[in-house]
Design a protein around this ligand. Structure first.
Ligand code: PMP
Length: 318
């Protein structure tokens, strides 16, 4: 179990033991899903652990909180330091980091009124979402019978707790059907995204992906891959995608903090391209990991180094 190695949690400004970081059963967030969170990865680099695109994750965290009228109560700088502190105290060379801001215990009416808001940051060692083998062999997906909620129903670009029931329904159904993951369509029948990943297609040497007009969460990995692909000379077109675009693609892959860059090899039993990881996906994957682990110095600005406690933060670290 990944949590067994996690010893320390940041809760409301203090580092406390994992087992003491508990929430009361009357917490509003437990009942109504009133919280926002982030999923961040910290990669092992030659210069110690480095948090990937921390600034962008904390920006999205504040934007999600603002949309849901939650006041985080800590500055980005305080949160950035808190993230580093959790990684440092747990001694992880690499890990997944989960900041969460939620409505605590006070009332259980739908309107949370002035119920106190709490902020916590967890970290634990985490393998890539679908397992290391999936980075090579790809995943099998099914088109979900659950539709991704439209952004007029709930803000799709915010990362809020309650909205994940939509994703949970889709992924449970996918696994029940014998697949690794679901692809959700939007309310117009266009491709939206995976239960926790954005989607890219490769067609005739070009990358295609959709955007918030198809109710996706605007992934930070998606943005990284767009930039990496363009630097590598691939045109990237952002447009609405249909199911037939996916089925006719030469290659397809998911992007996400947890899934990183994972090839999609099959949709409902139909092979995508050769039915294996394609050459463009392999190249993007390699370039992504080189950026995230600091090997490609052009992307050093994406890394926030977790300096050892006794040393000041690295000059120039973003
Ligand atoms: N879509 C959904 C619904 C997600 O939960 C995630 C994971 N945060 C993503 C896409 C990918 O976003 P990111 O690359 O920022 O992790």
């Amino acid at each position: 179990m990944p949590f067994e190695q996690a010893q320390w949690v940041w809760l409301q400004g203090r580092i406390i033991p994992w087992r003491e970081a508990t929430v009361h059963v009357s917490a509003h967030a437990l009942h109504d899903g009133t919280g926002v969170f982030e999923g961040i990865r910290c990669y092992e680099t030659r210069d110690g652990p480095a948090v990937f695109r921390l600034h962008e994750h904390l920006e999205r965290f504040s934007a999600s909180a603002a949309v849901h009228d939650l006041s985080i109560g800590y500055t980005r700088e305080e949160l950035a330091e808190a993230v580093c502190e959790v990684v440092r105290r747990n001694g992880f060379p690499s890990c997944y980091v989960r900041p969460i801001c939620y409505v605590g215990s006070g009332v259980l009416s739908v309107h949370p009124r002035t119920t106190p808001i709490e902020v916590a940051i967890l970290a634990w060692p985490a393998e890539t979402q679908f397992g290391a083998h999936a980075l090579h062999s790809g995943v099998r997906v099914t088109v979900s019978s659950w539709v991704r909620f439209h952004s007029t129903m709930m803000p799709a670009t915010a990362k809020a707790c309650g909205q994940y029931l939509n994703s949970v329904l889709a992924v449970r159904e996918a696994v029940r059907r014998g697949f690794d993951e679901a692809v959700l369509l939007d309310t117009n029948g266009y491709i939206s995204e995976g239960s926790g990943e954005n989607l890219f297609l490769v067609r005739h040497g070009k990358l295609l992906t959709n955007d918030e007009r198809n109710s996706i969460l605007l992934g930070i990995t998606r943005d990284s891959v767009i930039q990496i692909a363009r630097h590598a000379g691939y045109p990237v077109e952002v447009r609405t995608l249909q199911l037939d675009d996916l089925l006719a693609a030469d290659e397809a892959f998911f992007t996400g903090t947890s899934a990183e860059v994972t090839p999609i090899r099959e949709v409902d039993g139909q092979a995508i391209g050769s039915g294996a990881r394609g050459p463009v996906t392999a190249q993007i994957q390699e370039a992504f990991f080189a950026a995230a682990t600091g090997q490609d110095t052009r992307y050093r600005g994406w890394l926030h180094y977790v300096a050892p406690a006794s040393l000041p933060a690295r000059p120039g670290a973003a």
